[in-house]
Design a protein around this ligand. Structure first.
Ligand code: FEO
Length: 393
């Protein structure tokens, strides 16, 4: 399943439609692709490898295109195992290849696999000649790891962008204009929110750099190849990087006996009355990747849990732990729920909301089960929360 992209450039990656969780945490209902590219000039150069689980297919693809030629260079844009897992096998199959990598990448490579590879360090502005074409290297540290870099081929006007601009999506068609592009944007937003959100402040500068390059294609390591919607994906990255939002609030909750669920439903009525858009998620029956994707562009979030064993429910604890790592700053947040005798969930949730970097607003909590008057108050609470979010108070 090799794809020819231009006269001398081939997609030699592999898809995995069976994996349920990427990094053992992110649900990937549309699968994951490990995009690797092979360019045949006077020198043959491969851009990244693939996860070990697809190594056999990946090596067959590479060998099928090389047809006995030797591989001269391997560009290692990123060391994370989804791109380096097949590296030991590739190194055995192509013993003459020189690995071009950032200094951080070379260290990470040693720390992952031992000091077994022949590497050549490249830094910002370095170039290498392939014959008719050249490659220029630009580190983009922390998008996604310290080692990350992008590689540009000016003669082809192609950027090999590593994780940046990727999506968890197995595309039967590779180009953005061969498939339903809205699905690509949906998955790109989810990818950005769940993988790159902690580093999003670095994104606008990267977009600026990418915009300075004449571009016919952006070849990411995951998902589709951008060629017809380059400006659109760059604008979206810019916007997500700057933390731009729409008028939307999320209500995310778990419940034991239905009291916290009833409060959530009352609150969304109030939020809607105020005019703000709202999305309701019962945490246990939702994909957290989808919630976080919506949170990326939301202005606020209400998080609900009843008290269980003097604290919040472990489901909501897991969600808040996840948010603490993602640091969704620039949002307003509050906690709500029911409690029996001593309480505890509210305190737990509020502490973790603060740790996540969101702005904590006062919450609303009810003893035992919300009675009609308390549900009315919950609706009013939703209205007031939406008002504060809307006015930026
Ligand atoms: Fe696709 Fe950060 O690895």
């Amino acid at each position: 399943c090799v794809r020819k992209l231009t006269n001398d450039l081939y997609w030699v990656g592999a898809d995995d439609r069976r994996l349920a969780l990427f990094e053992n945490i992110h649900p990937i209902p549309r699968g994951v692709s490990y995009n690797s590219y092979l360019l045949l000039d006077e020198k043959a150069v491969l851009f990244d490898t693939a996860d070990w689980s697809v190594c056999k297919q990946f090596l067959e693809n590479v060998e099928g295109v090389l047809k006995g030629r030797k591989l001269d260079y391997l560009i290692i844009n990123h060391v994370e195992p989804d791109h380096s897992g097949s590296l030991p096998a590739l190194a055995q199959a192509c013993p003459n290849a020189t690995f071009l990598i950032t200094v951080q990448g070379a260290n990470e490579l040693k720390e992952h696999y031992g000091d077994i590879f022949k590497t050549q360090i490249v830094k910002k502005g370095d170039t290498v000649s392939l014959g008719k074409r050249t490659l220029a290297f630009q580190p983009i540290p922390m998008l996604h790891w310290p080692d990350s870099m992008v590689t540009y081929c000016p003669e082809e006007q192609i950027l090999f962008s590593s994780d940046a601009f990727g999506q968890h999506y197995c595309c039967s068609k590779l180009f953005d204009d061969e498939t339903e592009v809205e699905n690509m944007f949906f998955e790109a937003q989810k990818y950005f929110a769940n993988i790159l959100m902690p580093y999003r402040k670095l994104v606008p500068n990267t977009v600026k750099l990418v915009r300075s390059l004449p571009l016919k294609m952006i070849c990411s390591c995951h998902g589709c190849i951008w060629r017809s919607h380059i400006d659109d994906i760059l604008s979206r990255y810019e916007s997500w990087g700057k933390g731009e939002t729409v008028d939307r609030v999320l209500v995310v909750f778990d419940t034991m006996w239905g009291g916290t669920a009833a409060m959530a439903r009352a609150m969304i009525k109030g939020i809607e009355k105020q005019g703000m858009r709202v999305k309701l998620y019962r945490y246990e029956s939702s994909l957290k990747a989808d919630i976080v994707s919506d949170l990326l562009t939301a202005k606020g979030i209400l998080i609900g849990s009843p008290t269980q064993n003097s604290g919040m429910m472990p489901t909501i604890g897991g969600f808040l732990t996840y948010l603490k790592g993602l640091k969704p700053t620039g949002k307003k947040a509050a906690a709500f729920g029911t409690y029996g005798w001593a309480g505890g969930a509210e305190k737990d949730m509020e502490a973790m909301i603060k740790e996540s970097g969101m702005e904590l607003l006062p919450g609303y909590n009810v003893k035992w089960r919300p009675l009609p008057a308390e549900l009315e108050a919950a609706e009013q609470y939703g209205y007031d929360f939406a008002e504060k979010v809307s006015k930026g108070e």
